[in-house]
Design a protein around this ligand. Structure first.
Ligand code: ATP
Length: 193
């Protein structure tokens, strides 16, 4: 049975914490492929200014270059509007009816899972993999969500930290992949969506 990981986020911009999270999940669960699915607009980040979708996509593509078992899936951006994970997971279930689907999240999202759209259905569509995040308590998954807490390789980097440093003119060289750091030097700040 195919074992597929899905990893959603704003990726505004992608950073090494994201990549380590995907690597830990892939290693610990023997995932064959991981799909990175950038949101058009997160329901929890409405009203927050973010970089244009085409820029977030470009940074993600740069970050994943050469990693053939990881790929960017731009379906939420193509769909537009507010992005709901349940829509994406339904589509994956249809496209990969035989696969085991694993949805990867950072520990900070666990308390909010019951507020995600169609939570009960979502909980049936995939097993949830929770990766520890420095500064966040790793709470157990709220029923009916099922899954497991991974060991991970905790790294206290966030997109907010990267953005704050860019805005202060500080380097982000060791916080994001080098190709992304190069691109951010040219592209930041960009117009909002
Ligand atoms: P922001 O700081 O803008 O809120 P973020 O760094 O949390 O962004 P997102 O793209 O919103 O990044 O997160 C996508 C997913 O990655 C979420 O499930 C989040 O919990 C997880 N994540 C992000 N950074 C880390 C990290 N350093 N360790 C563990 N999980 C992380």
């Amino acid at each position: 049975m195919q074992r597929l990981g899905l990893f959603g986020g704003s990726f505004n911009p992608v950073h090494l914490g994201h990549l380590l999270l995907a690597q830990s999940a892939a290693e610990e669960l023997a995932l064959e492929r991981v799909f990175f699915v950038p949101t058009a607009q997160s329901p929890f980040k409405q009203g927050i200014v973010q970089a244009a979708a085409k820029d977030r996509l470009r940074w993600l593509n740069l970050a994943l270059a050469g990693r053939s078992h990881w790929q960017v899936d731009a379906r939420e951006i193509q769909r537009g509007g507010v992005s709901y994970t349940v829509d994406t997971l339904r589509a994956y279930r249809q496209e990969y009816p035989q696969a085991a689907l694993f949805y990867i999240i950072g520990a900070d999202h666990v308390p909010f899972l019951p507020e995600w759209r169609a939570a009960a259905e979502l909980a049936q569509l995939a097993e949830f993999l929770v990766v520890p995040r420095p500064g966040e308590v790793s709470a157990p998954l709220p029923p009916p969500f099922r899954g497991r807490l991974l060991k991970g390789i905790p790294l206290g980097v966030s997109s907010s930290l990267v953005r704050a440093r860019l805005e202060q003119g500080l380097t982000v060289d060791l916080l994001v992949p080098s190709a992304v750091a190069e691109s951010l030097k040219q592209d930041w700040p960009r117009p909002v969506i």
